[in-house]
Design a protein around this ligand. Structure first.
Ligand SMILES: C[S@@+](CC[C@H](N)C(=O)[O-])C[C@H]1O[C@@H](n2cnc3c(N)ncnc32)[C@H](O)[C@@H]1O
Length: 323
């Protein structure tokens, strides 16, 4: 779907968008939001009434006896079912075919994760069990009329994959609300200082995206999805960063090492063993670049590249230290 169609829907539904802010291909992944005009700090670039967003505060689901994620899952499944008749059809058409987050992971992704490191595989196995378990639990909690809307497991999976990679969390009067903001969800993640922050403005009842710094013409607008290490980014967002400062490795004695740690001799032997247990770097580079593969498999390869880089950095620290 063209950005023009989504923009039109956005404006018709009460959205406000700063001049020059537009969707374009991003070097980071897929599309991103850019500005062709310079923007000063503290400027509201995009806002949409909460009522026009898909949110767990929607009266149709707000009272369901489940948490905000599942309220929104139910609403999203319901709306996805309506297809072109949904109020959010224009947004649905703008979504990527794959979100890459774990609800979409199947056999292929489990096999890719099996190549290590063990923490990734263990997490992937746990996550694979979670989806049917959640479905079963919801079937026991929710009224039959509601669970009927979730009855197609494929739509449950699709809704969760969308929500894991594109929802925001806010709090209204102490209540946690999960929200999808069409167009606002085009903003990519940065682990560095984000140029944009998302806020809920209770006075106007709008979800607002506000610049945190001066942004130059041509720059991509970036938000921080959270303080997320690569395991969380890979499983919940379908990508990993080449160097994630929040990543660490845990040794058999429970000691946690970060990029800055200095190794003892026994630790260096264990780290070397961990690195040797990984597949060849070229193999992961090829898997990461393979556009015909699933986003999940590419994210897993990218996770492993970042992990290998961390182990290598630790080994380099050690040899420099010894040298
Ligand atoms: C909220 S959406 C952002 C818009 C998305 N790029 C698109 O084309 O629809 C989140 C998705 O964008 C991609 N993404 C966001 N930040 C990224 C980053 N720093 N590096 C690589 N991919 C990123 C991932 O595919 C992620 O699941």
């Amino acid at each position: 779907m063209s950005f023009a169609g989504l923009r039109e829907w956005f404006l018709e539904n009460g959205g406000e968008l700063a001049e020059g802010v537009h969707v374009a291909d991003s070097a980071l992944g897929g599309r991103g939001l850019f500005t062709s005009n310079p923007l000063s700090a503290g400027y509201q670039v995009l806002s949409l009434p909460l009522e026009s967003c898909l949110s767990s505060a929607d009266p149709r689901v707000a009272e369901l006896p489940v948490n905000s994620l599942f309220r929104l899952t139910e609403l999203l499944c319901d709306e996805l079912e309506k297809g072109n008749f949904s109020r959010w059809a224009s947004w649905f058409q703008s979504l990527p075919k794959e979100c890459g987050s774990w609800p979409e992971w199947r056999e292929l992704e489990l096999r890719a994760a099996e190549k290590g490191p063990p923490q990734l595989f263990e997490e992937a196995v746990q996550l694979a069990k979670r989806l049917p378990l959640w479905y079963k639990q919801l079937s026991q909690i929710l009224p039959a009329s509601v669970i009927a809307g979730l009855d197609d497991k494929a739509s449950f999976r699709r809704a969760l994959a969308i929500l894991f990679s594109r929802r925001f969390g806010i709090e209204i009067d102490g209540c946690k609300i999960a929200v999808c903001v069409p167009l606002g969800d085009m903003i990519n993640h940065t682990a560095a200082d984000a140029s944009i922050e998302v806020q809920y403005d209770q006075a106007s009842g709008r979800m607002a995206f506000v610049t945190q710094t001066h942004i130059s013409a041509g720059e991509e607008l970036l938000i921080r999805y959270g303080q997320l290490d690569n395991l969380e980014l890979c499983t919940s967002h379908g990508f990993a960063l080449p160097e994630n400062m929040l990543d660490s490795v845990v040794l058999s004695d429970g000691v946690r090492l970060t990029r800055a740690s200095q190794l003892s001799l026994p630790a260096s032997v264990e780290v070397q063993r961990m690195r040797d247990a990984l597949p060849l770097q070229e193999e992961d580079e090829a898997a990461h670049a393979d556009k015909s593969s699933s986003q999940g498999c590419r994210a897993i390869a990218s996770f492993r590249l970042g992990y290998r880089d961390l182990l290598q950095k630790l080994l380099d620290n050690y040899s420099e230290d010894v040298g």
